[in-house]
Structures are given as C-alpha cells and as structure tokens.
Design a protein around this ligand. Structure first.
Ligand SMILES: [Zn+2]
Length: 338
C-alpha cells in the first residue's frame, strides 16, 4: 500500500485516434504498477469531472461556452492539435477533476498523484499543444477559492515550456536576472546556450525547465524560466533544477507544490531534444520530492507529456515518478518521532 492516493479513471483515455500522444498510457501505467506489485486497489481514487464553474475559475466564459457548444473555429481546433468532440471535452473535464482531487489528497497526505493531467499549454481563452483545459490551474484556483491554500508553486519539468501556466498566473513585467546561486560550484561555469530569466510573481510562483529550441516558440514569462540547450545531459539538468528549486523556495513559501512531471525530457522522446536517461529522470523526481519533504510542503503530481519512440519507455518514466514519491515519502513516514 502506498503512503498516498493515486487518482485515476478508465475514462482518462482520450478518444483522439492515431496520435503521437498515446492516450492509452494512463491505463498502461496503472497496469505496470500492479504488475510490479507496487499498488493495491485501495490506493486508487476515482475522480469526478470538474464543473463548468470550476473551469471558469481559469478559462473565459466565452471559451468554455465554445467547448460546451462545439463552436470552436477550424483554426482553434488546429491550434489544439487534437480533434474536437464532446467526448474529448468530457475527458479533459475528468482530468481536471482528477487534479482537483489529487491536490486535496496532497493537503491531507503530503502527496497526491493524478495519473493524468498536466495540460500546461491550455490558455484562458484557447487550447493548444494537445491541451484543452488547464487542469493544474483549475485545481489551484479551486483550492484557493475554498481557502484551502493561499499560495502555490508550479514546478514544470516537461520538455516544453509551460506557456499556459505562465499566461494564466500572469506577470506584469519581465525582469530577467540570473538566479542568485548562478555560480554555485556544482554548476561550474554556465554553459553557453543556457539562459535563465526571472519575473515577479503574484500568488502562484511558476517554475519551468524546458528545451529552449522547441515548442512553444513564444514563451510567456514564468516566475523562473530555465531555457535549456539541445542535448542537455542528466548532470546539467539536475544542477539547474536544484538551482531553480532552491531559488524559488528561498523567495516564495507555497502551501502546495504542483509538480508537472513530463516524461518528454527523455533522450528518446520524439518531440523532445534533451538527453536525459531513465535514471536521470528518476533523480529529477527525487529532487523535487525531497525539496518538498524537507520543507513539509504538500505536492500534487500530474503527468503531462511523454512521446518516447517506445510507449513502454513513457510508461516506465511515469511509473518511476510514482515509485520515487513512494520511496521518498515512505521514508518520511517511517522516520522515528522525536
Ligand atoms: Zn511536453
């Protein structure tokens, strides 16, 4: 039995046909967890779909109406890069409900994992990049509205920048600076091609580590953006993540961390150009979970992208994220009380 809950539904499968986005990955992750003997039925919770009013905490009424009525223009549907259907809308609403539930579980148990979600390219008034509804933002705004949290931090480790997240939690200005620990000895000299920018933040602090030379080509400013060069290695990636996390958590004390654990920084991803190994990705997960655990900040996890040439690799990476959380937080539960 896990020391936290996994939120999952068989209805997470997105009916989008033959697609680089393997929407069967959610089911395969659940199967893998059982195959490895890592979970039992009682570890799982079934989500309810987010409501239209939940969606409107983030998305414009005009956009939500278009989704409900099926009145997106051909251009808007193209930008989404997945076919529109009422069933697809229902599925995204279920993933958003799953993220709300996972965030509630995180507050109760220290961690909550949605085996879905992470649709970080959805904007208030449109969807893009396979993302229709920004489930993570909906979860944050829902918890804030119910006064369960005041401040949240997103830690986005998908290979693509969290442009929707940055736009939703918007920043009025962009004031590029280097991170305070830029010259930390473990990093050595910053490699040419890595740039870091930092903007002001309101009630949600957004961190994104991503490949600079990749979609989205216009990157609205996050609180911290780490623009990584093509082919970035495990060592370099982990050093930057450590740096960004420490810097963010020095400046901002969130009540909840929302970890967007994309599998696409993997070296064999079809839509990514970084060079992370399976082991490096597990170390990435552990780094995020340890940083949260050390400060007793609850963590909500969503899966986001993953387009490895072999779907088994994508499933392994996402499964490993859940196992890493179990490892880090089981150790926390087992610590002797003073
Ligand atoms: Zn991605």
């Amino acid at each position: 039995m896990l020391p936290f809950k996994l939120v999952y539904s068989e209805k997470y499968f997105l009916p989008i046909g033959e697609h680089v986005f393997r929407a069967d990955k959610y089911r395969l992750i659940r199967e893998r967890l059982f195959l490895q003997g890592a979970v039992e039925d009682s570890d799982f919770l079934e989500p309810r779909p987010a409501s239209e009013s939940d969606l409107m905490l983030v998305h414009s009424p005009h956009y939500v109406n278009k989704l409900m009525e099926g009145s997106l223009t051909a251009r808007e549907e193209l930008q989404m890069e997945i076919p529109y259907s009422p069933q697809v809308v229902d599925t995204f609403m279920l993933h958003a409900g799953g993220s709300i539930l996972a965030a509630e579980c995180a507050l109760a148990d220290g961690v909550g994992v949605n085996i879905g979600g992470g649709f970080h390219h959805a904007f208030p008034d449109h969807g893009e990049g396979f993302c229709m509804i920004h489930d993570v933002a909906v979860a944050i705004r829902s918890l804030q509205k119910r006064k369960l949290i005041q401040r949240a931090m997103t830690v986005d480790c998908d290979v693509h920048q969290g442009n929707g997240t940055a736009a939703i939690f918007g920043h009025t200005g962009h004031n590029p600076t280097t991170l305070p620990s830029w010259s930390a000895p473990e990093l050595g000299a910053p490699r040419a091609g890595v740039s870091v920018s930092q903007g002001p933040c309101k009630d949600v602090f957004t961190i994104s580590l991503h490949q600079e030379n990749n979609y989205p080509f216009v990157k609205p400013p996050s609180s911290i953006d780490v623009n990584l060069p093509d082919g970035c290695s495990d060592t370099e990636y982990l050093a930057w993540l450590d740096n960004a996390l420490s810097s963010g958590l020095r400046q901002f004390e969130p009540d909840l961390i929302c970890y967007v654990a994309g599998a696409d920084p993997f070296r064999e991803d079809q839509l990514g150009g970084l060079n992370l190994t399976l082991d490096g990705l597990t170390q990435r997960d552990e780094l995020v979970f340890r940083a949260a655990r050390a400060r007793t900040i609850p963590v909500m996890v969503t899966l986001a992208g993953g387009y490895a040439s072999k779907v088994e690799d994508t499933v392994t990476i996402h499964t490993n994220t859940i196992l890493a959380a179990a490892e880090v937080f089981r150790a926390a539960h087992a610590s002797p009380s003073p």
